[in-house]
Design a protein around this ligand. Sequence first.
Ligand SMILES: Cc1cc2nc3c(=O)[nH]c(=O)nc-3n(C[C@H](O)[C@H](O)[C@H](O)COP(=O)(O)OP(=O)(O)OC[C@H]3O[C@@H](n4cnc5c(N)ncnc54)[C@H](O)[C@@H]3O)c2cc1C
Length: 407
Amino acid sequence: MMDQARIVIIGGGAIGAGVAFQLAEAGVADVLVLEKEPALCTVTSPQAAGLVGQVRSSPERTRLAMWSVATFSRLEREAEVKPGWRQTGSLRLAQTEERVAEFRRLMAVADAAGLETELLDAAAAQRLWPGLDFAAAKAILWCPSDGYLQPADLVAAYQHAARAKGVRFRTNARVEAIRLERGRVAAVRTQEGEIACETVIAAAGAHGYHIGRLVGLELPVFPVRHHYVITTPTDWIRPEMPVLRLPDATLYARADVNALLLGGWEPAALSLDPRRYGLADPLPPIEEDWPVLASFMEQFRPFGGALADQPVRHVFTGWPTFTPDGRFIVGESRRVPGFVCAIGCNAHGVSGSAGIGRHVVEALLEPEPSPYVRSLSPDRFTEAAWDWPAAERQARHVLETYYHIGH
Ligand SMILES: Cc1cc2nc3c(=O)[nH]c(=O)nc-3n(C[C@H](O)[C@H](O)[C@H](O)COP(=O)(O)OP(=O)(O)OC[C@H]3O[C@@H](n4cnc5c(N)ncnc54)[C@H](O)[C@@H]3O)c2cc1C
């Protein structure tokens, strides 16, 4: 008998597992997740720093992040397999008057979304991160419910909870084709044969473009290199110290047990044109770019002092995907009924995974998805003309300006 599932999800990273979890929570358990690698969470997701930030420039994005935090807190409290969620709070530093004005706008958005934030003085910040110098900060924004988690633990928590409700996961299963009948999705094909389904959800990360091509869609999903370092341990960093964002220095940081995790947004990023590798190809390997990584440490020196000289123990790197407008691609294609996207995460697919899963549920199951969720649909790229070089440039620019005012 032919294998079948109501919904097939392609990809077992944070997004595929997060969508499976949210579907199961919504009562849809006839779901099969197909992952081409021998295990879940082995491509981009395990490289993530796991930062979860809710302070955003729009109420919709803030609420999505709040949804994620509520999910992580619940899983940490109640689930058998826990996501390793640490609600440390976060500190964001302004070094210019323009940035202070941005903080006021961000706080107004947070208020509108019901997210608690406040301004701290340097002495209060110093108590939270005793080894750092906050003298250059003109304002310090504190969000007590922010934090970080371990991406691999999160995926394991999603998988365990979804499985308990009936969702199936299959590894070593690469989707090679999608069969349409009268224009709508009817089945996917792996090396082991066909699986009949009503709906396919593309959650294939840096292969999102290739999955779209299987149903004749061209979607601008560009992998852009991102990386951070972890130093050797010190005797004073503690895992409960808040996440740090230093937007004027384009840096983020957090404790990694007793070490410093430090990452940044480089001004001249490296992107890939997905047409240059195939559905069956692995992603190009990334070599450590020491000049860029050393520049992160130098930018950190005014705050971290001698910590900027701490030796690097490990570099994490990968190809998160970006879209030209910096927004997720979520929802069903009008052109290909049954084909649903959950791609183009713009470097917050781990923190956003629970919220994106919730958006997929809203787009698929609710009679009236919100205008915001509808605006994330892949139709914005399939019903309008765009050109490849400009789209790739814009996608790269999203990473390069990640901490710019108004981003
Ligand atoms: C260095 C770095 C730091 C980051 N820091 C953060 C952070 O702090 N917070 C945050 O939220 N995000 C962060 N990100 C971004 C985050 O990692 C991504 O947004 C997220 O992992 C995307 O998840 P995904 O499931 O879409 O992709 P992936 O984890 O890449 O999963 C996609 C899966 O699809 C599978 N697949 C592809 N093609 C097929 C096929 N044909 N058949 C079956 N399976 C297929 C792949 O094997 C893969 O497992 C960071 C990324 C990097 C690289």
